[in-house]
Design a protein around this ligand. Structure first.
Ligand SMILES: Cc1cc2nc3c(=O)[nH]c(=O)nc-3n(C[C@H](O)[C@H](O)[C@H](O)COP(=O)(O)OP(=O)(O)OC[C@H]3O[C@@H](n4cnc5c(N)ncnc54)[C@H](O)[C@@H]3O)c2cc1C
Length: 454
């Protein structure tokens, strides 16, 4: 039996940040990982998907800017793009992460962790106990929709969808959320013929309707066959090995590969949760201190608590949990669906806080103010015809911004200003003193605020 102050289960972004902060505070931390230190994000999700998207995105930008356009010929070099993706994911080798673990004095234990009662965790036949706390940061895997026989046909999930060694000739993607849209754009830019199927009436259904429309239009312009408002009802493999997906409008989509991107399920089915009175397979709900059922020794952070399935949200929760463990009086002040979020398609969709619809649903006295990014001087350098829209959702009663959505090229980097305005509850009349630099697309803030004044 080995005893530590804190056991962190799962070395994805949430587990890494939590264990690093605790170790920096002088605690003796054991970090347990069954696969790769760095988690889904580094190897099969955020990082490789962005690496796959980037070459075509950059080429598109060059094509929009005269002077640069003339210097390029041809399209994306697929082999080089895939090689760069492999570099980004270190060819699925996590040894580059290990010096960080060592420098922090964290004890890394490789293997599948399972609870064996309160503060007790087994890794194979080794028992590890925690003097102070156990943090569950086991993340999530792809959820399979209830289509008979689908799982047995071994479709792609985000894992093959981000690490495949070649672009399939044809690919059908089930699910038009962020993952489905990003991977539809990525593989289409690498030469695959892509169909994208979403059961809801629009892609990116939780974002502003204009964002969904712009992304759908851009994907269609790239040749992606976008189906919305249709449900897949059956799947089979044809004799030649291709997938045949039947939709409820009776059409059949045939493709070499099928990628399932219809949501996530927490990695809690084989975690021994029954030994600590929690339900195996379920999402682990937490309070604003990231504590499970108010227990002062048990925390759950990252995808596994279902609040916001995003890396930065998991890292934020990791900071909260580690602070609570070292007896600081903190709690998450916001989190969940209104967290900052970016869909890295082209146009990108960068949003924080409420959409107009979610604000109204939440009972806010909400109003939307819209402006086109193309109306700013800064946009002229991004290139002619690049789409871009900004929406502020304002709370008229409190005179605060409660949501912002930006669409356009590289708008992800502009989102943090809106995040700060919302978190800081900066009054709208005060924001008019925040001078945007010229010539940048940030001048759109002035247009939005002038409209608010009228
Ligand atoms: C294709 C795709 C693209 C994405 N892009 C973005 C993006 O651009 N930006 C963004 O913010 N988010 C993105 N996400 C979401 C992001 O990947 C997740 O929110 C993030 O990885 C969650 O971090 P985590 O630490 O909670 O879990 P994970 O990253 O899933 O890590 C959990 C770790 O726990 C380990 N583990 C599980 N069970 C056990 C056990 N019993 N014992 C030991 N170890 C265990 C796993 O092996 C894993 O390494 C994307 C997701 C996908 C699928």
């Amino acid at each position: 039996m080995i005893e530590h102050d804190v056991i962190v289960i799962g070395a994805g972004p949430a587990g890494e940040v939590c264990s690093g902060r605790l170790a920096q505070q002088g605690l003796d931390v054991a970090l347990i990982e069954r696969e790769l230190v760095g988690g889904e994000c580094s190897f099969y999700a955020c990082m490789p998907s962005k690496a796959l998207l980037r070459p075509a995105e950059l080429l598109d930008e060059v094509q929009r800017v005269p002077g640069a356009r003339e210097a390029t010929s041809g399209g994306v070099d697929v082999a080089a793009a895939l090689k760069r993706r492999d570099e980004v994911i270190h060819s699925l080798d996590d040894s580059a992460q290990l010096p960080w673990v060592e420098q922090h004095g964290i004890t890394l234990i490789r293997g599948q962790a399972r609870f064996d009662g309160e503060r007790r965790v087994r890794v194979d036949d080794q028992l590890v106990t925690a003097r102070r706390a156990v943090v569950i940061a086991v993340g999530s895997g792809a959820a399979m929709p209830p289509i008979e026989g689908l799982e047995a046909l071994a479709p792609w999930t985000n894992r093959a969808g981000t690490t495949a060694k070649r672009a399939p000739a044809s690919l059908t993607i089930l699910g038009g959320g962020a993952v489905g849209c990003e991977l539809a754009q990525a593989w289409s830019s690498l030469g695959s013929e892509v169909a994208l199927v979403e059961a809801l009436p629009r892609l990116l259904a939780r974002e502003e309707p204009f964002a969904s429309e712009q992304v759908a239009a851009a994907l269609r312009d790239r040749g992606v066959d976008v189906h919305v408002g249709v449900r897949a009802t059956a799947v089979a493999r044809a004799r030649n090995g291709s997938f045949e997906l039947t939709l409820d409008d009776q059409s059949v989509l045939s493709s070499d590969e099928l990628l399932v991107a219809t949501g996530r399920r927490p990695h809690t089915d084989d975690l021994g949760l029954e030994t600590i009175d929690l339900e195996p397979g379920a999402t682990i709900r937490v309070d604003d201190r990231m504590r499970v059922n108010g227990r002062d020794w048990l925390y759950a952070i990252g995808d596994v608590n279902g609040r916001a399935l995003l890396t930065h949200a998991g890292k934020y929760q990791a900071r909260i949990a580690s602070d609570v463990i070292i007896n600081r009086d903190v709690r998450a002040s916001w989190d969940g669906a209104i967290s900052p979020r970016v869909v890295f398609t082209e146009p990108q969709v960068a949003a924080v806080g409420h959409t107009l619809e979610s604000a109204i649903e939440a009972g806010v006295d909400a109003r939307a103010i819209d402006a086109k990014l193309a109306g700013t001087a800064g946009a002229s350098f991004i290139g002619k015809g690049a789409p871009g829209t900004a929406r502020f959702v304002v709370d008229d009663e409190r005179e605060l911004m409660v949501g912002a959505t930006f669409t356009g090229v590289q708008v992800a980097e502009s989102l943090h200003a809106a995040t700060i305005a919302i978190v800081g509850e900066v009054p709208l009349h005060r924001l008019t003193h925040a001078m945007p630099t010229f010539p940048t697309r940030s001048e759109v803030w002035l247009r939005l605020l002038e409209d608010y004044d009228h």
